[in-house]
Every structure is written in C-alpha cells, then in structure tokens.
Design a protein around this ligand. Structure first.
Ligand code: PGA
Length: 225
C-alpha cells in the first residue's frame, strides 16, 4: 500500500474545507481507476487539517474508500491539567493517524526528541499510527514508528524539492528496519512526484502546498497509481 498525505498546516478555514472536500469528492467519484485503487487498499490517503476540522474531514469524505483524517501533532502529555492540549486518547476516537515531529513543530514550538518520543509512545498506546517526520540523521527514529517521512527542512515550501538520489541516500543512512515504510515530503508536486515513486523505494509522499488545491491533489493521487 502506498501513502499520500496532505498536510494543510494552519492554512484552511471551515469554508475552505467545505469547498475543498466537495471538489475533491466529485473528482475522485469520477475517477474509477483511483476509486478502485482506494477500494483495494493499494493507496491510503490521509488528510491532516487543523485540529477543529478533523471531524469535518471524517464526515465530508466518508463516502470515499480509504481516505482518512490525521492530526498534525498530538500532545506529549497523557492526561491532566494541560490547557490547550489534545491527548492521543482524545484523538483516537476521531483519527487513526498523526504527524509527529514535523520540522515546523520542532522549530516554532520547540518540540524536543523527548517530547516526540512521548508523542509516539502515547499514540501507539491509543492505537494511532504515528507518521514520524525527520529532517535527517540527526533526528532520532524510534522502533515504534513504522511510517517515517523524510522532510529536509530547507526544501519545505520552497518549490525546490530534494534530489531523488539524495532522498535514497538518506533512506540508506537512516538504517531503517525492513518493515518501516519510508516516505518523502518537501515541495512535492505533479512535475516531480514520479521521480520518487519510480524508484520503488519510497512508499509514499507527504504534500503541503500542492495539497491545498483539490484538483491538484486529485491529480497527484491519480499519479500515485
Ligand atoms: P510543502 O510542505 O509540500 O509545502 O513543502 C510539506 C510539509 O511541510 O509537510
């Protein structure tokens, strides 16, 4: 199974999301080949909206097979008096995936390796699949995380995606266990995505900017099959 993940960051309102989901649903429903792939679980699409809209994604995309919501982060606290936090246990009734350790969380919100390890362990305990984002070999990988997304921070949001050869070298340098699925993200778009997939070494793509437009994201999904 391949993974296609949309990371909307803090860039969508409820109105934007209603428009996005109706356009995307229409596109996917008119694409029998893509629908079949989703139905056969050859492709998993995970949409990561801002927290308040996880349920909206569940409801609005309920008709599409194998399209699920995911959180953009989760608390490193298990439970308690932590104003503003969303625990993995609370999230688990809504979403089955969570991005963990995205470079923007590490940079702007000072998430440390200790936080990230807790987030992974608490996610697993709550039966949420963590998608661990790493910027390179200086970021820890943990055996509990079986989805690892390599996202070189200097390539995120720039339009300058990383060279396929460099991504493959990073995969080798990370020395991942054989059951771990390796994903790539950072300026992924229609013109460059094939290069990653053709290697047969990259199990999926994490898409930020290019996922904000539903028809572009639909085209990207179409090229995953
Ligand atoms: P980008 O974002 O596709 O805009 O580079 C990717 C990400 O940050 O996950």
């Amino acid at each position: 199974m391949k993974y296609l993940i949309a990371n909307w960051k803090a860039q969508m309102t409820l109105m934007d999301i209603m428009n996005w989901t109706s356009a995307f649903t229409k596109d996917v429903k008119g694409n029998n080949q893509l629908l079949q792939h989703l139905q056969d679980k050859k492709l998993q699409i995970i949409i990561c909206p801002p927290y308040p809209f996880l349920m909206t994604i569940n409801e609005e995309l309920n008709d599409l097979p194998n399209v699920l919501s995911g959180a953009q982060t989760v608390s490193s606290k298990e439970e308690g008096k932590y104003t503003g936090e969303v625990t993995a246990r609370a999230l688990s009734s809504i979403s089955k995936y969570a991005l963990i350790g995205h470079s923007e969380r590490r940079q702007h919100f000072h998430e440390t390796d200790i936080d990230i390890k807790e987030q992974i362990l608490l996610s697993k305990k709550a039966l949420i699949e963590p998608i661990l984002c790493v910027r390179g070999t200086h970021d820890n990988v943990y055996p509990e995380a079986t989805l690892i997304a390599y996202e070189p921070s200097d390539a995120i949001g720039t339009g300058n995606n990383a060279e396929v050869a460099d991504v493959l070298k990073m995969k080798a340098d990370l020395k991942l266990q054989s059951h771990v699925q390796f994903l790539y993200g950072a300026s992924v778009d229609l013109p460059n995505m094939k290069g990653y997939l053709e290697t047969g070494e990259i199990a999926g793509l994490l898409v930020g900017t290019a996922s904000l437009d539903p028809s572009r994201f639909h085209q990207i999904a179409t090229h995953m099959i």
